[in-house]
Design a protein around this ligand. Sequence first.
Ligand code: PXL
Length: 277
Amino acid sequence: MTITRALSIAGSAARGGAGIQADIKTFQELDVFGMSAITAIVASHPRTQQGIFPQTIEAIEAQVYTALHDIGADAIKTGMLFTEEIITKVAQWIEEANVANIVVDPVMIGKMGSALLKDDAIHAMKTKLLPLATIITPNMPEASRLLEIDQLTSVKELKEAAQALHRLGPKYVLVKGGRLEGPAIDVLFDGEQFYLLEAPRIHTIHTNGAGCTYSAAITAELAKGQTVPEAVEKAKQFITAAIRYSIRFKRGVGPTNHAAYGKYNETSCKVTMEYDT
Ligand code: PXL
């Protein structure tokens, strides 16, 4: 029996719904063996002054090499990388690793407001990491920040942003339209062809970790050998169910429900994907 394997290089989210925790739960739900290299620990609480605890390059390197050399990976996903130095090293390790599927989620700001990427790290993200990606998965603020343009306000602008981001070198660009009004529309672009993915809008504030979960589901499907459009379509169904059944805990923005896709055969989470010109 062969087991499909995926490595997430990302931050640890102590609340359990985002970052590495979201990735590993999502990998498991989709039948993929999950591994982790933790770049930073995120745990914001008034009890401590600090809310973000970056790990040393040595510690991150040890995790990446242990996972890749002892286990191996069919896909690698990056999430919170935090500093220019971490991005530069991660790009180097990814190049050396020669893994077919690389998913880069250009994480910048958490739902709880934490700054998960330093301002001076954006340039390294654009020039060193994005060109290595099979797919990048920015949300609207991340796309406009990467392109240094105003906030996106329409599907037309999402498509233009996807084209501009594609010029930075990734094979596919997924710009997520979660912040638009109306149905939840995302734009996938491969350099020639646009795909529009549409799901019903679910009105909830409890979407902590939604971006992590979506890109982790894409990673899992790519690891299993799906094409990028197939992987994105299934991942969109996964995240739609996870948001539809999102969870509310004592404080703050609750997490998406990583188990929902497997648990509920939910027709109200149906996704359509069509070509667009
Ligand atoms: O959802 C973005 C995100 C990514 N990575 C880590 C996080 C968060 C948001 O909370 O904590 C580690």
